[in-house]
Each structure stands twice: as C-alpha cells, then as structure tokens.
Design a protein around this ligand. Sequence first.
Ligand SMILES: C[S@@+](CC[C@H](N)C(=O)[O-])C[C@H]1O[C@@H](n2cnc3c(N)ncnc32)[C@H](O)[C@@H]1O
Length: 325
Amino acid sequence: MFKYKLVRVPGQPDAFSVLQTIRKWKDGFSSRAGLVLPDLTSGAERIPVSLVNEVDNEKGPAYFTYFPTLKYSKSFTLTQPSIGCKCHSACLPGDMNCSCIQKNEGEFPYTGNGILVSRKQLVHECGATCPCPPTCKNRVSQSGVKVRLEVFKSKDRGWGLRSWDPIRAGTFICEFAGEVLDEVKFKHKGDEGETDEYIFDTRRDYESFKWNYEPGLLEEESPNDSIEDYSIPYPLIISAKNAGNVARFINHSCSPNVFWQPVLYEQNNQSFLHIAFFAIRHIPPLTELTFDYGISMSDEADNNNGPHRKKKCLCGSSKCRGYFG
Ligand SMILES: C[S@@+](CC[C@H](N)C(=O)[O-])C[C@H]1O[C@@H](n2cnc3c(N)ncnc32)[C@H](O)[C@@H]1O
C-alpha cells in the first residue's frame, strides 16, 4: 500500500471530502454532479471514461473520433524489421533466452503488477508475433486504460483529464493515440496555415526530471540534476486533432505528474514506436493529470507559424516557464 501526504490545496476540496465523494459515486448513492456523458469512449476502452462539466454550460469538446491507438499511414517508412521472442508461456524476469528481455538489456521493464521499474531510453514490449499470451507482463502499454479516468472542464484551460482512482508512481495511464504524421505532412499543415493543438512531437526539447522522486514528501527542494535523454529509433509526430484517445485531453504543466515513455513493439514483423504515459509520482484521486509538452526548437516555432503554436501557460506552477509548445 502506498501513502499520500494529505496536503490542503487552496481552492480545492480536502483529500478526505474527495474520497468521501468518490465513495458515494461508486456506491451509487449520488449521481456525479455535472455529468455530461457516462462514457466518452463509447465502449472503446475497457472501462468507461466519464465526461464532466461543473464549470459552465459547454456540453463537450469539439467533435473528434475516439480511437484508442496509433494510426500509422501506409506510406510510413521509418519502421524497422523486427522478430519477437519464442516464449510460449509468459516472459519471465531473468530469462535471458527471451529475445524481448535481451532487447531490454536483460532487465524486465515492469514489476509483476505492471509498474514501470524505471524510466528508460526505450522500452521493448512483446508484440503481435511473440507467442506469449496477451497477459504477458511485458505488454503493459498494450493492455488499455486501467484507472478510472474522467475528462473534465477546467476553469481556464479547456478540458482536462483526471482519475477517480489513486495512481501509484510508475503506473501506466494511457498511450498517446492519433494519426502519425511524417515531417513533410507536418510541415505541410503549417504551410497551409492549419493549426493543431493536439500534436505530440518527440523532436521538442523536454526538461529532465527525476522519476519516482517526490521532494515534497521528504520536504526537500527539487533537484536540478538531469537524467537520461530519450533515445528513439525515429522522430514521432502524432496528431490527435481528428482521432485520438483520452491522452488528447492531458493539459500541459511545467511541473507535471505524468511523463511519456517511448515503447517499441512489433506488428506485422515491423517494430512500431508508441508513446506511453506513466505517473511520475503517486497521484491522489481527482488531481489533474498533466505532462510537459516541451519546447519546439524549429524555425516554424521561432516564427510561430507551424501547426502547433507557442501559447501562454496557465499551469500555475511556481516553476512555470511562462509558455509552452
Ligand atoms: C492537447 S490540448 C489539451 C486539451 C484541451 N484543453 C481541450 O480542451 O481539448 C492542448 C490545448 O489545451 C490548452 N492548454 C493545455 N495546457 C495548458 C496550459 N498549461 N495553459 C494554457 N492552456 C493550456 C491549450 O489551448 C492547448 O493548445
């Protein structure tokens, strides 16, 4: 069992009343205030994701298609040939005959209950042609959303994402789903003057952070030391504007509680890169989930005429950079 430090955040209900309220919803004693839709995903996720607005009369986000994974276009050429493992039962930590474990430098990336052991430059999961079952512990990011998520209307940053359940540090939250764009298509969007607020782009600069380290718990200052950089086989640009999943609602924060982890696995004998979100630290229920959108270093970003424009940041963190994107 993991523990939270119960902190009173000005303007937010205290942790005890949050837990009481959630218990009442779960027990069906009260209906959720501001409930717009019981399941935004229309059954596409294993568990429903509610849509809630307690702030104003807006009935939901602009139209998009709920799509739970990545759409790689046929023309995408940056994937690499790949061969899976030969484990007929579940892949096991320490089994150096398992080629998927070998790809992870001999270390199993997840604990038995699916917690990411440590942030990695790249996690190799078992893929479609690996004979191990879907319950293999090396398929965490493919097993769908497991925490009860809620898309909610924030006061000043549009819709956001939070969870009814407490989330333990290292827990998989969701993948960033959407349409994979190559650099040419991405640039074309900008040249056509199209804006896209739902871009995820591995080419941006991301501030380093210390994983699974909660200085607040130890009453220490945050450390400034940096850790590993990402090392991915090719740049990945994803647009969740027209099709995407819950991740498209995760707002930016300069002090985020969620980070992205590149994950590679095989489909049709090719390895495909995915972006999986994990909790940086223990996250209490109904706390907004946020990640760092990073800073774009391209010429278009300097002129602010790319599809994704720099915006004033309203994250409210004491370490706020003032803008994001
Ligand atoms: C990927 S979308 C996130 C979901 C979005 N809030 C919505 O309503 O659909 C990114 C957009 O959310 C808003 N946003 C996200 N984080 C923000 C922040 N820290 N400050 C201000 N606006 C933010 C901006 O409009 C941004 O372009």
